[in-house]
Ligand binder design. Structure first.
Ligand code: COI
Length: 344
């Protein structure tokens, strides 16, 4: 512990890398059995048990969320848009035919997890990343075509710094004209989508030194493996309109609203790879997500050719929007949209 009552200082953030590898000791847990949720309170992570025949392990009945708690400069603690993350988890659970988490109970679990891990919340620029996850737990290894009627929901906490190993370096993307996942799973936050993007992302990293793939099936510019994708210039923010084929990012929504507040014109419209390549001649691009925040893109590779954006750096409008977003998350700016839930 440092002289204050928490474990980490800003200098300790490199120890928290890679993102998500340091975990708080306890989880908040609830089980859905016999038609209802039963809270199990907070338990040591090592006491968590899952049957080897659990539905989630065999048939992929699982979905998760990612949101953050922030230690503000006055040492108070705040969650950013927990209600939107709960809604999205309920939407994911419905598509997977899993028991739907109860809104109020999940909110209580989030709060309990943060309060329990209070000493682990790093100061800026670190955060406490929260990972609610819902798993189908029926033990019937033949139930491929049946939903799991039982489930476990728990919340993990992880003190984190930057998600991308690149830190502040602008990212390299490979433009790939294939889909990240299937159209019926695109808006579901499920592990299968990340598994589907993994191999191809690693192959591209080996060949091109890229950080992420930008998935553009039939030339439709959609999203990367771990984040949504936006184009930005001095006046405009452009991104794909919401549809079932990609994740409905809470950060995407927040950046669009903050952009609107700052006077940018918001265009939610489809665009193709040719439009994107033309855009690289004058505009900026960025990845948005809870983990990514708003990360600038410096290079895109398409058909073995490299396209540089903003001189290979994070562009000034991306920096401006990121700063505005982080200021709201950290409470140094208020924006009146009711996005902050203060816990202390
Ligand atoms: C998030 O941004 O919260 C995510 O779930 C991305 C994940 C790859 C860390």
């Amino acid at each position: 512990m440092n002289s204050k009552s928490w474990r980490y200082t800003a200098e300790d953030l490199p120890q928290l890398s890679p993102f998500g590898s340091v975990l708080a000791d306890r989880i908040a847990i609830s089980r859905f059995e016999d038609g209802g949720w039963k809270s199990g309170g907070l338990i040591p992570m090592n006491d968590f048990r899952l049957h080897p025949g659990a539905h989630c392990l065999h048939y992929g009945s699982s979905c998760f969320e990612g949101l953050k708690a922030y230690r503000w400069d006055d040492d108070s603690i705040a969650l950013f848009r927990p209600d939107r993350h709960i809604q999205r988890m309920q939407q994911s659970a419905a598509v997977l035919r899993l028991p739907i988490p109860d809104r109020d109970e999940l909110m209580e679990m989030l709060v309990a997890t943060v309060m329990d891990a209070m000493a682990d919340i790093p100061p800026a620029p670190g955060t406490l990343y929260l990972r609610p996850i819902l798993l189908g737990t029926d033990t019937n290894i033949g139930a491929a075509a049946r939903p799991s009627e039982s489930a476990v929901l728990y919340v993990m906490a992880s003190p984190v710094g930057d998600y991308f190993a690149a830190g502040d370096r602008a990212l390299r993307l490979l433009i790939q004209e294939s889909a990240r996942t299937t159209s019926q799973f695109g808006k579901v936050k499920t592990g299968a989508n990340y598994a589907s993007a993994l191999g191809i992302t690693l192959d591209a990293r080996d060949k091109w030194g890229t950080d992420q793939i930008l998935f553009c099936p039939d030339s439709d510019v959609q999203e990367t493996g771990a984040s949504n994708f936006v184009l930005i210039d001095d006046k405009t923010i452009i991104t794909k309109p919401l549809c079932d084929s990609f994740l409905h990012g809470v950060t995407r929504d927040s950046v669009l609203q903050i952009g609107r507040d700052l006077g940018y014109e918001i265009q939610e419209k489809d665009f193709c790879v040719d439009d994107l390549l033309k855009w690289t001649q004058h505009g900026e691009a960025a990845l948005s997500g809870t983990a990514a925040v708003l990360a600038g893109v410096g290079t895109m590779i398409h058909n073995e050719k490299e396209y540089t954006l903003s001189g290979g750096e994070t562009g000034p409008n991306t920096q401006r929007l990121r700063k505005a977003l982080v200021s709201v998350q950290r409470g140094t700016e208020a924006n009146g949209h009711g996005w902050i839930k203060k816990l202390t």
